[in-house]
Design a binder for this molecule. Structure first.
Ligand code: ZN
Length: 131
């Protein structure tokens, strides 16, 4: 079974970032359709699903990869924003961000160290915080 799938995918494009995006939108549309029962959403999801599979099974690899490239270019800023948010969430688990009371400089401090004395790297003002 696995072999046959591999043989089938031989020379075909496969999945990329753009098709993952298409599949994600398809999923969102299907979920929305479950709640709203708007037939158009379902239809749209099916069309997108078909398009997603068409791209994955396509043999025109250069065309598909240039589509993916265009997608990545157009969404670069949005994806960078999401990456930034993700990093910020991960960081907020391990660090506290404090603002210097005198100059407003943001200072990152590791969590769970108890009461600590922070020296602002910008204006050298010292203040105490619980981390
Ligand atoms: Zn400061």
């Amino acid at each position: 079974m696995r072999r046959r799938l591999e043989e089938f995918m031989q020379g075909r494009y496969g999945a990329d970032e753009f098709s993952r995006f298409i599949m994600a939108v398809t999923l969102v549309l299907l979920i929305l359709n479950m709640f709203t029962r708007i037939p158009l959403l379902y239809l749209l999801a099916l069309v997108l699903l078909g398009y997603g599979y068409f791209r994955m099974f396509s043999r025109n690899i250069s065309k598909r990869s240039s589509e993916n490239y265009a997608y990545l270019q157009k969404t670069e800023r949005i994806r960078a924003w999401f990456d930034k948010m993700k990093r910020r969430i991960v960081q907020s688990r391990e660090y506290h961000i404090y603002k210097c009371p005198s100059c407003g400089q943001k200072i990152r401090v590791p969590r769970g160290k108890g009461k600590i004395c922070i020296t602002c790297p910008k204006c050298r003002k010292e203040f105490e915080k619980r981390s």
